[in-house]
Design a protein around this ligand. Structure first.
Ligand SMILES: Nc1ncnc2c1ncn2[C@@H]1O[C@H](COP(=O)(O)OP(=O)(O)OP(=O)(O)O)[C@@H](O)[C@H]1O
Length: 281
């Protein structure tokens, strides 16, 4: 299954393929291009390169621009200055392949009147109705079924969202984000509204899915321990305007397990990150 769900292609120039997500000299000012009385500089001078297959988390005080950063990578917002590229292609350029990016937000987005399978198929159906894809849907249906099993929802394809727990609904959202087989997953506090046990369980599941599908992940969280547990690198943003205040390499062995959280190195890295966070105040 892992090969079937791994990224098929890398769009854009091959020279920058190693940097799947790149921010260079990025500023984001809200209200800069309007006649607004006040403008808000959310991000300033962001330089960040994320390699193919890397798992990178972004942490920082509330309002420092984490969601703004993610929305810039998704192409939902335009940078005021600088460039944001996915697979070497500017996300604002017409050549940018939106299907290269899957998005997962904090709250599950499953429609209550559609089954799990039909929710996972929803992005495909929308594209089809817009004429962006044509032809046989059976390939996508097969893929949706593979995803149901990848995220551990076997037997729930015909269930409705209100028959699922919050954690299961978030698994549906992850499948939805993976339906195009994007090379990049952008996740904005996806487990922020779940209880601690479910969150820990989904952290492990996410790492397994990441390993099997070889995606590049940019993950936003308020939970510093979660960032350490999941990541290859943790980016710490300063208070607004958000700038990269620190980058912490997480050299914990993989695959990570429940025991990782109790390891000496985990405790050290977590303490380092907490300490750094305090110094930002
Ligand atoms: N559409 C907007 N117009 C004006 N200001 C905005 C807009 N969206 C966000 N901001 C401001 O930009 C700053 C960064 O917001 P953003 O949501 O990216 O921060 P965040 O780090 O994700 O916050 P939190 O941790 O609280 O979720 C904040 O001060 C916010 O008020």
């Amino acid at each position: 299954m892992s090969n079937e769900l791994a990224p098929e292609s890398q769009a854009g120039d091959t020279t920058s393929a190693e940097n799947t997500i790149s921010f260079s000299g990025v500023d984001k000012v809200y209200g800069a291009d309007e006649a607004a009385e006040e403008s808000v500089t959310a991000l300033k001078d962001i330089d960040l390169d994320i390699s193919r297959g890397e798992f990178v988390s972004v942490v920082g005080p509330s309002g420092c621009g984490k969601t703004t950063l993610l929305h810039l990578a998704a192409g939902l917002l335009e940078a005021t200055d600088g460039a944001v590229k996915i697979n070497g292609v500017d996300v604002q350029s017409p050549d940018h392949e939106r299907k290269e990016v899957g998005l997962v937000f904090q709250h599950p987005v499953a429609l209550e009147w559609r089954t799990v399978l039909k929710n996972i198929m929803l992005p495909i159906q929308i594209l089809r109705e817009n004429g962006a894809i044509e032809g046989d849907m059976s390939e996508y249906r097969e893929r949706a079924e593979e995803l149901i099993s990848l995220v551990g929802l076997e037997g729930f394809g015909d269930s409705y969202p209100n028959e699922l727990s919050g954690g299961m609904q978030q698994r549906v959202t992850i499948s939805q984000a993976l339906i195009y087989n994007p090379s990049v997953l952008l996740m904005d506090e996806p487990f922020g509204s779940l209880d601690a046990m479910t969150k820990d369980e989904l952290n492990l599941e996410l790492l397994r899915i990441w390993r099997e599908t070889e995606k590049t992940v940019l993950f936003i969280t308020h939970d510093l321990d979660e960032a350490v547990f999941l990541s290859d690198r943790v980016i710490v943003l300063s208070p607004r305007p958000g700038q990269v205040a620190d980058v912490i390499d997480i050299d914990l062995d993989r695959p990570r397990t429940d025991d990782t959280r109790g390891s000496e190195r985990f405790v050290e890295l977590s303490a380092k990150l907490h300490q750094h966070f305090k110094s930002l105040r």
